[in-house]
Design a protein around this ligand. Structure first.
Ligand SMILES: *Cc1c(COP(=O)(O)O)cnc(C)c1O
Length: 352
């Protein structure tokens, strides 16, 4: 607290990311990072950028990356927006499209950054409870009097995916506001709403290179939407920071998006490991929600989530515990690592 803080600063409730402890080497299953290396082509492209040319500003429009994304997803480059992590894309979308006076609809259990952005921009959340089985019931997204809707698909931290037909129902029920679909985990087993972009001018699909493309360290995210929606985001971005993507990240991201083969390879590995992990966890008495992501959301009938979390941490394995949150205080979110890391997890759980 400083006497120079404005009321605005004092009122903020900032996001708290998963622990990144520096005290020892942990098996990190708590922030949904990929256990695999980024694409070799991406690493090479980044190394090639480390040269005297770093004295020059990067391309403010990120054209190479927009072209690669547009080609890869069957859109025009004008339908693509690029930002410093999808968190920045979300922040700009909230500022531009949802700060319109009315509340913003999103689920009570979902990515906790939405509440933080809402607080930052003075947007009132309209929390729509998941069902008892942690499902989004799209019937709850009709007749809303809101400034917009955010749907995370697949949802986090539950891991559950909605079929495209359900996303379409939400789009049709809310034609006068932007419906943002956060697809951070879509590559691990859900249907993307990207194919609806040409049909629904109110649709904004947000994705990231941080999870399925193993590039959380370079901070690149993007959005797909109608070109006018994208132009709105460009206007905001160019009123705030013209160069959010540096030369190294731009080259690395472009090469990563072009390397679709490698994306498929590491997603397949993650999905296979997820399925063996689910079976192993179930045999230890865990209830595991079916996951379309690179994590599983679990609870145990006899053992408290907090005790499991602490015991695993003591053994050098980090998972995400949500003790402070209502409804999910007895659940753990466990990122899918390599087969070896998951064997170590299962072995540690057996000792409990
Ligand atoms: C990880 C995550 C993000 C943020 O991704 P970055 O691109 O790394 O900023 C956004 N939404 C959800 C649901 C996430 O899990």
């Amino acid at each position: 607290m400083s006497r120079f803080w404005t009321d605005k600063i004092a009122s903020l409730d900032p996001y708290v990311p998963g622990e990144q402890p520096q005290d020892k080497q942990y098996i990190k299953l708590n922030t949904n990072e990929s256990p695999y290396s980024p694409s070799e082509k991406s690493l090479q492209a980044m190394m090639d950028q480390v040269s005297e040319r770093l004295r020059l500003y990067p391309d403010p429009n990120c054209q190479s990356l927009k072209n690669a994304l547009a080609t890869s997803y069957g859109l025009a480059p004008e339908q693509v927006f690029v930002g410093n992590g999808s968190d920045e894309v979300l922040a700009l979308a909230f500022m531009g499209y949802f700060a319109a006076g009315k509340p913003l609809a999103f689920a009570d259990i979902t990515y906790s950054f939405y509440k933080v952005y809402a607080g930052l921009y003075g947007i009132k959340p309209k929390l729509i409870p998941l069902t008892d089985s942690f499902d989004i019931d799209v019937a709850d997204y009709q007749d809303l009097d809101v400034s917009g809707v955010v749907i995370t698909n697949p949802n986090a931290p539950t891991g559950k995916a909605l079929p495209l037909a359900d996303i379409e129902r939400v789009l049709q029920a809310n034609p006068d506001v932007v419906v943002l679909v956060d697809e951070a985990y879509v590559d691990f087993g859900a249907q993307s709403a990207t194919q609806l972009v040409n049909q629904y001018p109110n649709l904004l699909v947000v994705q990231t290179l941080s999870k399925s493309r193993a590039l959380a360290g370079i901070r690149v995210g993007y959005a797909f939407g109608h070109k006018d929606l994208i132009e709105g985001l460009e206007r905001l971005k160019n009123s705030f920071n013209s160069y959010p993507i540096d030369r190294i990240a731009l080259a690395g991201a472009t090469a990563a998006v072009e390397d679709t083969e490698y994306l498929a390879e590491i997603c397949e590995k993650t999905i296979a490991t997820r399925e063996t992990t689910v079976t192993a966890l179930q045999s230890l008495g865990f209830e595991v929600i079916p996951s379309a992501t690179n994590f599983v959301f679990v609870s145990h009938a006899d053992k408290a989530a907090k005790d499991i979390y602490l015991a695993l941490k003591y053994q050098g394995i980090l998972v995400r515990y949500f003790g402070e949150k209502p409804r999910i205080g007895n659940h753990l979110r466990i990122t899918i690592g390599t087969d070896e890391e998951m064997s170590a997890l299962i072995a540690a759980l057996k000792t409990l």
